[in-house]
Design a protein around this ligand. Structure first.
Ligand SMILES: Nc1ncnc2c1ncn2[C@@H]1O[C@H](COP(=O)(O)OP(=O)(O)OP(=O)(O)O)[C@@H](O)[C@H]1O
Ligand SMILES: [Mg+2]
Length: 233
């Protein structure tokens, strides 16, 4: 059951690819509007898979997942863009559109969400400047380093001020200064009301910021550093 403040509800959720051993099983947890979580766990623990379930790129094999009140398993393919309209995504592999300039890559995300293209380009330029890519606005993704691509991908995810941000290793290719700058950007977004789940291996980030942790380990989800009375695992 999803109440007004719950943005995500996981009920006995499991994921099994093909005939393989389940990646995780029996995960039950609720995430509330305005929460900020680190999602951690060893490589292969299922962080990316769990995020994929939340934006319905993968269907859970067991249990029920609700996001914004939608049961994700019952969303039609045709309705996916509407469902994802209020979700910002950053991927481990960035996935920029190679035929579009940097500024167009970022502006498109805002434009698709309903803003005028010209206005979207103005915001995109400001945001790219802020993430240190002001000299690359009209360049194409193929000349960027991996860390620069990652910063474009983050600008693209945050520009539309999504209700929910699912960030998969957003600082994986970044130096410490840029990583901290991007977390500051996420915190600003969080202050404006965005719910954030940030998958990361970066132990320095996790220790520096005292956000609660969702930990995938041994095929189940543990919760650390959170008021246990608020939410049962
Ligand atoms: N499409 C797929 N088909 C089959 N198995 C998959 C698929 N995607 C992921 N897996 C498997 O699911 C498990 C979890 O993968 P996932 O990418 O979710 O882990 P992760 O925690 O994000 O790892 P990393 O920290 O390396 O990014 C791994 O064993 C992986 O091999
Ligand atoms: Mg991953």
């Amino acid at each position: 059951m999803l109440t007004a403040r719950e943005i995500i509800s996981l009920e006995h959720v499991g994921l099994q690819y093909n005939e393989n051993r389940p990646v995780f099983q029996n995960v039950s947890y609720n995430i509330f509007t305005g929460d900020f979580y680190f999602l951690t766990g060893q490589s292969g623990a299922g962080k990316t898979s769990l995020l994929k379930i939340l934006y319905r790129a993968v269907n859970p094999s067991f249990g029920r997942v609700k996001v914004f009140g939608y049961d994700v398993s019952s969303i039609n393919r045709a309705d996916l863009p509407i469902f994802r309209q209020h979700i910002g995504l950053t991927f481990q592999d960035c996935r920029l559109i190679e035929d579009l300039s940097i500024v167009e890559n970022v502006a498109l995300s805002m434009h698709i969400s309903g803003s005028q293209y010209k206005k979207s380009c103005v915001y995109a330029r400001e945001l790219l400047d802020w993430v240190g890519l002001g000299d690359y606005l009209d360049s194409y993704p193929d000349i960027l380093s991996d860390g620069q691509k990652q910063r474009v991908s983050i600008a693209r995810a945050v520009i539309k001020r999504p209700a929910l941000l699912l960030a998969d290793e957003p600082t994986g290719n970044l130096d410490d200064d840029n990583a901290l700058r991007l977390i500051a950007l996420f915190e600003e977004l969080h202050r404006m009301g965005t719910t954030i789940i940030l998958a990361t291996h970066n132990s320095q980030l996790i220790e520096t910021f005292s956000y609660p942790r969702l930990i995938l380990k041994n095929g189940t989800l543990f919760v650390g550093n959170v008021n246990k009375k608020r939410n049962a695992v």
